[in-house]
Ligand binder design. Structure first.
Ligand SMILES: [Cu+2]
Length: 149
């Protein structure tokens, strides 16, 4: 029995659509835009790098980022910085909320991503992809390594 070419094309088209549904924009953190994403260059022996970005929620509902990951790092955490008795202290946040129509900035001296155990040397100009997880949804963003400022 031979399948006519039209049927084959239809099957192919249908599976492409299914893939798009499974892996496409429907799976992204709803209305999350990641801008100005960068990682501060660190000495080659550094066991952790700091990542920064502007996170914008363009939607009507609050977003909760509950995890961050990246293939180039053993672990990624969300950190807050605060001064205590003249010392800068970092503390791990369990999650990061971005209210509806609001922007949260991760910047030096404030909240940042702590990227642990880099698996390769990241120099200024290199890029790496980090994923922001909101429950079952994920938004990937390209981070560029820049000299620390
Ligand atoms: Cu930190």
């Amino acid at each position: 029995m031979s399948t006519d070419p039209k049927t084959v094309n239809l099957i192919r088209y249908a599976s492409v659509c299914l893939l798009a549904l499974a892996w496409g924009p429907a799976m992204a953190c709803e209305n999350l835009a990641v801008r100005d994403a960068w990682i501060a260059q660190a000495p080659p022996q550094a066991m952790a790098l700091a990542g920064y970005a502007t996170l914008e929620n363009r939607g009507d509902r609050a977003l909760r980022i509950d995890a961050v990951s990246g293939a180039d790092f053993g672990e990624a955490m969300i950190h807050a910085t605060r001064e205590e008795n003249g010392m800068m202290q970092m503390r791990m946040l369990d999650h990061l909320d971005v209210p509806a129509h609001a922007t949260v900035t991760l910047a030096p001296g404030g909240m940042h991503l702590m990227l642990m155990q880099p698996s390769r040397r990241l120099k200024a100009g290199d890029t790496t992809i980090l994923e922001f997880h909101c429950g079952k949804q994920t938004t990937a963003a390209t981070f560029t390594v820049r000299p620390a400022r």
